[in-house]
Write a protein that binds this ligand. Structure first.
Ligand SMILES: C[S@@+](CC[C@H](N)C(=O)[O-])C[C@H]1O[C@@H](n2cnc3c(N)ncnc32)[C@H](O)[C@@H]1O
Length: 205
């Protein structure tokens, strides 16, 4: 299946799709350093390095899935909580602009855990309604990476929208995996000390 990736960053979401056998055909990202890393990680993907607001949707090749880990600061408990009133929050509507042209059978969205609670649920309601009125059926999950084998607490909202109701009903989110690795197994003890020192330096500012 063919994937188009919005807000691609360095390709974290894309890597999962690629490792699962999907073909990431094109991607869009504005940050030049992220793009540099993305190109190294995904030399076979056509990367449009530009503001999504300037992306001409009619020139994008058709794909089966559009992914978007859209900017989360406006919805995060760590951010200003302005949501759609923040210019970065408004970028959600850019996803819809591109969806309206490409009409992908599946949309995969990722954002902070607080997305579902932001503005007493009204933000998530708007997202839900915008997709439902385009005839998508939705499934979502708020999940912590450490329940899926990654030794880090990273809680995120994952939303999948399907055009096909049967596909939506038969979709199962992955089963939880018992944690077998510790952070030391991935970054080594010496780097861990560097992280603690860095953290202390930042928190004492
Ligand atoms: C939450 S991050 C996504 C990270 C990505 N999932 C990854 O694995 O690296 C949001 C990304 O959106 C990009 N972004 C923000 N505003 C943008 C815009 N106007 N047009 C295109 N990309 C934008 C940021 O540079 C950032 O890389």
């Amino acid at each position: 299946m063919r994937v188009g990736s919005l807000f691609a960053g360095i390709g974290g979401i894309d890597l999962g799709f690629k490792q699962s056998g999907f073909d990431v055909v094109w991607a869009n990202e504005i940050d030049k350093d992220a793009c540099k890393t993305y190109r190294l990680n995904f030399p076979e993907t056509t990367l449009f390095e530009k503001d999504i607001r300037k992306l001409n949707a009619s020139l994008l090749p058709k794909v089966d899935i559009i992914t978007a880990g859209f900017p989360c600061q406006p919805f995060s408990v760590c951010g200003n909580q302005k949501g759609f009133n923040d210019s970065r929050g408004n970028l959600f509507f850019e996803i819809l602009r591109i969806v309206d042209v490409i009409q992908p059978p599946i949309i995969f969205l990722e954002n902070v855990a607080n997305l579902v609670k932001h503005d007493e649920g009204r933000t998530f309601n708007i997202i839900h309604n915008e997709l439902v009125c385009r005839d998508y059926y939705l499934r979502y999950l708020v999940a912590d990476a450490c329940d899926y084998g990654i030794p880090q607490h990273r809680t995120r909202t994952y939303l999948i929208a399907f055009q096909n109701v049967n596909q939506c009903e038969s979709y199962r989110f992955p089963q939880k995996i018992k944690l077998k690795k510790r952070i030391f197994d991935l970054i080594g003890k010496s780097s861990w000390v560097e992280y603690i020192l860095l953290f202390k330096a930042f928190t004492s500012l």
